[in-house]
Design a protein around this ligand. Structure first.
Ligand SMILES: NC(=O)c1ccc[n+]([C@@H]2O[C@H](COP(=O)([O-])OP(=O)(O)OC[C@H]3O[C@@H](n4cnc5c(N)ncnc54)[C@H](O)[C@@H]3O)[C@@H](O)[C@H]2O)c1
Ligand SMILES: [Fe+2]
Length: 370
């Protein structure tokens, strides 16, 4: 079993200016980012390279049509892409680092050769996806209403760069959804049958850092997060390393149809499914890694093990209230379609489940959460 693989070099800086100086940004670089990052941290540096603003090509998480409309504005002779943003900007940039990314459907179906022709530096401005250290790019195919991850060795960045200062503009709700996403990456990766003990070091450390951060927010209020961004960002990267090695599972798989059909942000959709999946795992198997995680969570929460998910929900609900699926607009009649979509299109994730989940159980989880 491979113990651990970390592909990009991971660097950290105090601010973007320090990074820009050290990397000697030039006219053959392309920065992919959002206006708020550019205005707060780059504009005053008068950088010599072109800038591509993701939101000018569509709002929300990555779609095939965003990638299609970027093509016409993509500058020539770019040798390196520097992506500065949330998972949306990072995942789009992974695909732009390829020689050909269109048609996106054909690329995802293996009909377009995957050739990397630009270097890639990924700088996260949220504390959730861990995309800076993974080789996955997740795209929603708008017409098919389907969210799909594309996994290729070529999608790894050369460098992941951590600059906690870039998170200072994060609205509280994005902080909440993305940090919960990171917590779920760490828990799903620890439970994966593909996790080695070395990978689990990253999982348990990330869980501890995120939970300790939440306890401090509970004591001192939401503004406290600004002093904790370094911890949350590092924890998110650790969870990314873990999920890159061991994979995410059913929580992510079952969240995709909800995210796509009802436009629910990635981390929030995961949270809507999280405890439902965990409770169903425990109905099938109580021992092994889940027992270890539950004990670990109980020790952090200072509660009896059998109350761990109730207590965790109380803690997380202060950041991100958990909603029943009907509150997003889901109806009982959607559940068969959701279940079919998971069973047909999310086997990449479902193969990492703590215990195999069949169609009946997937439907049961949705029904219990409705
Ligand atoms: N590739 C991977 O390994 C991986 C893993 C998990 C999730 N994802 C994908 O990542 C996407 C979600 O990424 P995300 O959760 O980071 O959210 P996001 O990138 O969609 O950002 C959410 C919102 O926050 C804004 N934002 C980001 N950083 C900000 C900052 N510093 N200040 C102010 N506003 C800021 C964005 O503009 C956006 O409006 C989804 O498409 C998901 O499927 C990818
Ligand atoms: Fe995620």
């Amino acid at each position: 079993m491979m113990e651990l693989k970390v592909k990009p070099v991971i660097a950290s800086y105090d601010n973007f200016q320090q990074f820009a100086k050290s990397e000697n940004i030039c006219e053959n670089d392309l920065i992919v980012t959002n206006h708020y990052v550019y205005e707060a941290d780059m504009e005053m540096l008068h950088l010599p390279c072109p800038i591509l603003f993701q939101e000018e090509y569509g709002f929300g998480e990555p779609t095939d049509s965003m990638l299609e409309s970027i093509q016409k504005d993509f500058p020539k002779d770019i040798q390196r892409i520097i992506a500065v943003g949330g998972g949306t900007v990072l995942d789009i940039s992974k695909l732009l680092s390829l020689k050909h990314w269109l048609p996106v459907r054909d690329l995802y179906d293996g009909k377009v050769p995957v050739e990397k022709d630009k270097k890639l530096i990924l700088i996260p401005t949220t504390c959730g996806t861990g995309s800076e250290v993974t080789n996955v790019a997740v795209v929603t195919f708008a017409l098919e209403k389907k969210k799909e991850g594309f996994v290729r060795e070529e999608l790894y960045a050369e460098q992941a760069v951590l600059i906690p200062q870039l998170l200072r503009t994060l609205p509280f709700n994005v902080f909440a959804t993305t940090s919960v996403d990171a917590l779920i990456h760490a828990i799903e990766a620890a439970l994966s049958p593909h996790a080695s003990e070395t990978v689990r070091l990253f999982c348990y450390k990330a869980i501890e850092m995120i939970m300790n951060g939440y306890f401090q927010l509970r004591e001192e209020g939401p503004a406290k997060r600004k002093q904790l961004y370094q911890d949350f960002l590092l924890a998110s990267t650790y969870a990314g390393i873990a999920s890159d090695n061991a994979g995410c599972g059913a929580v992510h798989a079952l969240s995709y149809p909800l995210a796509v059909k009802f436009h629910v942000p990635h981390g929030e959709a995961n949270y809507a499914l999280f405890t439902g999946v965990m409770k169903n795992y425990m109905e099938l198997k109580k021992d092994g890694e889940i027992e270890k995680i539950n004990k670990f969570l109980a020790s952090l929460l200072k509660c009896p093990v059998d109350l761990v998910y109730d207590q965790l929900e109380i803690l997380l609900n202060q950041l991100l209230p958990k909603k029943a699926l009907w509150r997003y607009g889901v109806k009982k009649s959607n559940l068969v379609e959701f279940t079919d979509s998971v069973m047909k299109t999310q086997q990449r994730l479902m193969s990492n489940n703590f215990v195999p989940l069949n169609r009946e159980i997937v439907y049961k989880i949705y029904k219990e959460l409705l």
